[in-house]
Write a protein that binds this ligand. Structure first.
Ligand code: NAD
Ligand code: GLY
Length: 381
């Protein structure tokens, strides 16, 4: 098992990200070590699918460590990441007498983790929180860094908080039951982290994907090292810019994690969160950000080809050519990563070197052309 430390000087938190094989059965012991003996009760938030697969093992482990468990299942899907669901979750915590000294465990993918974390941040003004991520997206990204929240009808992740977990427990065995598209989405997030992180992380990811085709989820030490490397990368960014300072535009600011998200969020919104998995939309968003980077003279064609090849290895992306380009442009301008009325694009100078570019430096007609070209071109051509 890999134990990664995330601690931030001058911030009141320090926690470990545990990455390993078959570690769900140790969840109770690990959580007890962090929360101490005084914690009696834990609320467990999951959904029916994940709970059927892993709930009994987790509950058994938690009970063996002396916790009393109250379980609540939310709906499955992005549309349940809403204020309405949070309200129901908060009512559940209250009705089950969860107290300030108790804790909340989120078991599932990013939707469950974001929602459960937001409930933990709000309930009694904040209770202890544990992330047990069971998707690739949540193991390498969503469970780390304390961003929790929900979507509003006006856009994704518009209401939220920073509420750091006490520990993250990522068991690679859970990835074996993930459907193919969820894996594609997760690999897209890994390519994203490699593209903005370092050539080494990008290469490690691409090498893994090229060498393991067909048996990617055979849980191996190679996979464990890869997921741990991604966790360590995410932690390093969070550590340096915990609250995503709006003033920062440097290549290590937290905002670089939004590479591919400007257009990705627009695609998700315009298709009612039904057509694309989040990571698939980010896949399209990265293709567009790469093309734009090349058109602005920031990125060489050869680097763009590496990015495109990396995204191709993740798996097929749902078609997007029918989505109206002007609707994408107006969704982009509503995007929450605007600063002082301008969209902040995360573009690339080379693999491993992101660059923030203010929207006013990008001509809208060339943006329109780039979007049209990318969405109509298949990435397997
Ligand atoms: P998800 O939570 O919807 O999970 C995907 C699907 O897989 C769901 O149907 C879920 O029930 C199922 N599932 C989960 N674990 C499984 C398993 N082990 N086996 C079989 N099925 C399983 O989606 P996701 O991709 O994990 O997360 C996407 C969400 O995460 C988005 O809402 C996104 O905004 C958010 N996110 C947050 C952050 C952050 O920093 N907080 C970062 C990235 C993404
Ligand atoms: N996934 C973006 C962030 O954590 O900042």
């Amino acid at each position: 098992m890999q134990r990664l430390q995330i601690s931030v000087p001058a911030q009141p938190f320090k926690y470990e990200i545990l990455v390993g094989r078959g570690i769900l059965s140790a969840a109770g012991r690990e959580i007890r070590r962090r929360l101490g003996r005084q914690v009696q009760r834990l609320a467990l938030i999951s959904n029916k699918k994940v709970s059927n697969l892993y709930g009994p093992l987790v509950v058994e482990s938690l009970e063996a460590s002396g916790f009393q468990i109250s379980s609540w299942l939310m709906g499955d899907g992005e549309r349940y990441k809403s204020l309405k669901t949070v309200e129901t979750a908060l009512q559940f915590l209250s009705e089950h007498g969860i107290e300030r000294t108790d804790g909340l465990v989120g078991l599932g993918g990013g939707v469950t983790g974001d929602l459960a974390g937001f409930a933990a941040a709000m309930y009694l003004r904040g209770i202890s929180f544990v992330q047990i991520p069971t998707t690739l997206v949540s193991q390498v990204d969503a469970s780390i860094g304390g961003k929790v929240g929900v979507n509003l009808s006006s856009g994704k992740n518009r209401a939220g908080a920073f509420h750091q977990p006490d520990v993250v427990i990522a068991d690679l065995e859970t990835l074996k039951t993930l459907p193919a598209r969820e894996l594609t989405a997760g690999w897209c997030e890994c390519i994203k982290q490699g593209a903005i992180g370092s050539r080494k992380l990008f290469k490690q990811t691409v090498d893994y994907l090229s060498q393991t085709e067909g048996e990617r989820m055979a849980v191996s030490s190679q996979l464990e090292h890869l997921i741990a490397a991604h966790g360590a990368f995410k932690a390093s960014i969070v550590r340096a810019d915990v609250r995503e300072s709006p003033e920062r535009t440097d290549p290590r600011s937290r905002r670089i994690l939004n590479f591919g998200h400007t257009v990705g969020h627009a695609l998700e919104e315009l298709t009612g969160y039904r057509r694309f998995r989040h990571g698939e939309a980010v896949g399209w968003g990265m293709l567009l950000a790469g093309e734009l980077s090349k058109n602005l003279g920031l990125l060489d064609q050869s680097e763009l080809e590496l990015l495109r090849a990396g995204i191709r290895l993740c798996g097929p992306l749902p078609a997007a050519e029918d989505i109206d380009v002007d609707a994408i442009l107006s969704a982009v301008t509503r995007d929450k990563k605007r600063a002082r009325g301008q969209v902040q694009w995360v573009l690339l100078e080379r693999i491993g070197r992101p660059r923030m570019v203010n929207g006013k430096e990008i001509d809208v007609n060339s943006l329109r052309t780039s979007i049209r070209d990318i969405l109509q071109k298949r990435n397997d051509e």
